[in-house]
Design a binder for this molecule. Structure first.
Ligand code: GDP
Length: 169
């Protein structure tokens, strides 16, 4: 951003979607913010400035626990990353429900959304365009972008971040 401060980005998605693996691919130190509800955070340099990405490091299941705590992060967030395991078709609906919940959060209204359609290396992975339809992204009244990714190898991650830095600058 032009103010010089790092953009604040919250990283969400079901457990096992690949969030931790994704953060490990970012350049920068993966710091653990300890506490009762552990968070992981990484500061990334991009051509447009720096971004601080924060994610919860507990297993969420489909729920978002401790909403009060998360709202603290939502308030300061400039953007939202949502990670989907594109190959886990059994949990796609759960994932969609979680995203719907998030997009209803007052503090996240209007904030740009980057979806990583992750695990594209797996044979059963739903392709990006189909996930766009499944998640109903076209009807959103905010900036959004879906990026196919394989966080295991890092494929697609930087492309997603490039979009995000444009969207938040
Ligand atoms: P988190 O719970 O969202 O933080 O998910 P993790 O990053 O811990 O990943 C969950 C599991 O999925 C791990 O076994 C990862 O190695 C695996 N995984 C993550 N990303 C990918 C991917 O792009 N492709 C494949 N095949 N596996 C992945």
């Amino acid at each position: 951003s032009s103010s010089g401060r790092a953009s604040q980005v919250v990283v969400l998605g079901l457990d096992n979607a690949g969030k931790t693996t994704l953060l490990r691919h970012m350049k920068g130190d993966l710091k653990s913010i300890s506490g009762r509800n552990a968070m992981k955070s990484v500061e990334v340099q991009s051509p447009h400035g720096s971004m601080a990405l924060t994610m919860a490091s507990w297993d969420l299941g489909g729920r978002i626990p401790d909403r009060a705590l998360w709202r603290k992060y939502y308030k300061d967030a400039d953007a939202l990353i949502f990670v989907v395991d594109s190959a886990d078709r059994r949990r796609l609906e759960e994932s969609q429900n979680q995203l719907e919940d998030l997009l209803r959060e007052d503090d996240l209204v209007d904030k740009p959304l980057l979806v990583y359609a992750n695990k594209q290396d797996l044979p059963r992975a739903l392709p990006g365009p189909e996930l766009v339809e499944f998640l109903g992204l076209r009807t959103l009244k905010r900036q959004w972008h879906l990026q196919e990714s394989t966080s295991k190898t890092g494929a697609g991650i930087l492309e997603g971040l490039a979009w995000l830095s444009d969207a938040t600058s």
